[in-house]
Design a protein around this ligand. Structure first.
Ligand SMILES: Cc1cc2nc3c(=O)[nH]c(=O)nc-3n(C[C@H](O)[C@H](O)[C@H](O)COP(=O)(O)OP(=O)(O)OC[C@H]3O[C@@H](n4cnc5c(N)ncnc54)[C@H](O)[C@@H]3O)c2cc1C
Length: 400
């Protein structure tokens, strides 16, 4: 069965999670389900895998993703008609916490479920919604997001990948880069320039592109951590049907910006996962014997661990403040930049401290992998400098 065929699946309807299911009942139900389904073999396979998964751990995560979706836990905040449970923020937070406690991963299409899907729900035709959302949620189809180009990163509005409407097809020519999961993707939410005359922000469109279309080449990029988590994409005279347009032509900037605020519950995962990494480091340093004493007994190690603990708790308090504001209905503002900054700095410092305290023990395997891959956190999802600009201008009121 081809998962790209619209009629190949039926979306299950789960019971909506409303207030009558208390948080306590929900956590109870979820813990029992995780205990039965998040088995030791799945845990072992996904351990140490992260942003850039090896093919075998990606395959395990994909199977786990299908189990999650079939049980109604893959995206409980999604509407019931698309396979979600219409849950509010508190139930979503509870789920993220329970998953983080046991180390269970969420859906493999993390950018898809958090950003691309809300865009399809808001701007997509019912045909697009029916065709794409459930297979994306289940991990049956893999999605990537094609925004960045060699000359357009932080300044996304300068993107140049061109799509010219010829009859009932767009003809796409150009290049994208840093495309997460690009070489695995079945589909790409691609941002293209459709109007050369309009001001920069008004000449962009979003297309939902079948990556099997002739003329598309995905070249994996190997990072210094040794993985191939993302790719460069090359488009040469690629014919994409007009029906692939998401939203109105030349209105892609709205699609990009309006849909980035949907994943508020996700900030809980950031601090919980960072806390979990800290706890793992503390446990390892307590067990590890270095020249006859426990690694954790060195005064330098204790000092560094205290600093990391403070940073991790600080991240938690900032995140909880934002979540509290969201629960009271306030829209997320520039605080998102503070969380992003605090999270990237805390995560990078944690992996540096792990190497310093654990020494040779940490020079290979999971800690070494984390040290190398955590450097990308200063860039992914908005660079440190750009976030500092936002905090300086919009939070502190400094001049541009
Ligand atoms: C792990 C990871 C996954 C990614 N996944 C995707 C993906 O799936 N899809 C996708 O499209 N892209 C993805 N990206 C790309 C990412 O969005 C870009 O790297 C990011 O937007 C920065 O763009 P750039 O690399 O071109 O750097 P540039 O924007 O060229 O920045 C270069 C340097 O200049 C600084 N700078 C830029 N503008 C300013 C300014 N106004 N003021 C001060 N300093 C500034 C930056 O901070 C940086 O240090 C990913 C990146 C990473 C690291």
């Amino acid at each position: 069965m081809n998962p790209n065929t619209p009629s190949a699946f039926a979306v299950p309807r789960f019971r909506a999670l409303r207030h009558e299911t208390t948080l306590h009942e929900f956590r109870f139900e979820l813990r029992a389900w995780l205990a039965a389904n998040f088995t030791a073999d799945i845990e072992a396979a996904v351990q140490g895998s992260g942003y850039a998964d090896a093919d075998d751990s990606f395959a395990v995560k994909r199977r786990w993703n299908a189990t999650l979706a079939d049980a109604g836990y893959a995206a409980i905040g999604w509407p019931v008609e698309f396979g979600g449970r219409a849950a509010g923020l508190q139930h979503q937070l509870a789920l993220n916490e329970e998953f983080a406690f046991v180390g269970a991963p969420g859906p493999v299409n993390s950018i898809g479920v958090a950003n691309i899907a809300p865009a399809i729900m808001q701007y997509g035709t019912s045909q697009q919604q029916h065709q794409f959302l459930w297979p994306m949620l289940r991990g049956d189809t893999i999605w990537s997001q094609g925004m960045s180009e060699p000359e357009a990163g932080s300044d996304l509005a300068s993107l140049a990948c061109r799509a010219e409407l010829v009859g009932d097809h767009f003809v796409v020519n150009g290049q994208k880069t840093w495309n997460s999961n690009g070489h695995r993707a079945d589909w790409c939410q691609l941002y293209v320039r459709t109007n050369l005359e309009a001001p920069r922000h008004r000449g962009i469109s979003a297309l939902l592109v079948d990556m099997g279309t002739p003329g598309i080449e995905a070249r994996p990029i190997r990072t210094m951590a040794g993985d191939t988590g993302f790719s460069e994409l090359f488009f040469t005279n690629v014919r994409i049907p007009r029906s692939a347009l998401l939203g109105e032509i030349d209105q892609g900037w709205s699609v990009a910006t309006n849909t980035l605020s949907h994943e508020r519950a996700g900030v809980a995962s950031l601090y919980l996962n960072t806390r979990r990494t800290f706890d793992r480091l503390l446990a390892t340093a307590t067990k590890l014997n270095v020249s006859g004493t426990r690694a954790v007994d060195s005064p330098i190690a204790r000092n560094e661990l205290m600093r990391r603990y403070i940073e991790v708790r600080n991240l938690e308090f900032i995140a909880k403040r934002t979540l509290g504001a969201a629960l009271q209905g306030r829209a997320p503002g520039a605080e998102g930049s503070i969380i992003k900054l605090a999270w990237s700095q805390a995560s990078q410092a944690l992996s540096r401290t792990a190497i310093e305290i654990l020494g040779i023990e940490a020079m290979s395997g999971r800690w070494a992998q984390e040290l190398l891959s955590s450097t990308s956190l200063s860039i992914a999802g908005g660079t440190t400098e750009v976030n500092k600009n936002i905090i300086g201008e919009r939070v502190l009121g400094l001049p541009r």
